[in-house]
Design a binder for this molecule. Sequence first.
Ligand code: TRP
Length: 328
Amino acid sequence: MKKILLTGDRPTGALHLGHYVGSLQNRVEMQSQFETYILIADIQAYTDNHHQPEIIKKNILEVLADYLAVGIDPVHSSICLQSHMKGLFELTQYLSNLTSFDQLKHNPTLKIELAQKKINNLSFISYPVSQAADILGFRANCVPVGADQSPILELTNKLGQSFNKQYKMDLFPKVKGEYSICSRLMGIDGHNKMSKSLNNAIFLKDSADEIKKKVLKMYTDPLHLKVEQPGHLENNVVVYYLDIFDPDKKVLSELKNQYVVGGVADIVLKNRLIDVLDAFISPIRNKRLHLSQNEEYLLSILKQGTDSGNNKVEETMNIVRDIFCLKF
Ligand code: TRP
């Protein structure tokens, strides 16, 4: 029997290159080896976006189109919508019984987010418990996420094991985090992790023109003032992206050698990057465009994935309800 893989995203915006190298690529490669579930975590998105339900609802379909366009295949992966999985809400409540306020207050992921976002509503503070319920509800074995989420997986394992111990059963397996090597793609500003909110992202739906504008804004080498001067590769944002996305490593390596010696203008590197990124994004963009014109199809994929996710979670919840619910 295949092991269970669960991962997810908050639908707070269309996905970008950072998502691609940090998680999507990995998911596409792993999906057939596991029983794969991908959760669009709209309930989690509401914890800090409750004032804009229309935007979250629109983004659910954006994220879904991104998934399908990069090669997440509904044959292998069930794409589930969190708000339609009542079992997960229920499990969140039972796991909350086992979570102390201190455990949340000292959770490093949450601590950083609370400081950055300056919010203190209860649902946000307890979102790690809801995420633990997502993972335990599916009884997932493998959870590919960014390295910043590792404290949440630790909490998940603690809660799963406490539950097993308290109710003397072996219901929840230990979860293994799968942390992608390149989980922090730098944004086009060259300083911060790529993120929609920092306005430093290249999106999987960006047009050729948007890609061009963004690449032209990137820093190359501030010391490289004349073409004949030697260029530097370190801290050179354009070189950083070429290293990751240029498929022709041999030609790139020759170009970099020439750049270091002198005689290669920064715009040559930029033009190469524009071509490389457009060649990478354009098939995704086209597929995405085609998909977004067929909302009915997108909704049917989501419905089918959510139904299959609910089947899985209900297996767990039937056992959990035996513990807590008087049946009549
Ligand atoms: N917190 C994750 C993120 O922001 C999204 C998420 C919700 C998730 N539930 C999950 C990830 C369960 C993995 C497993 O990207």
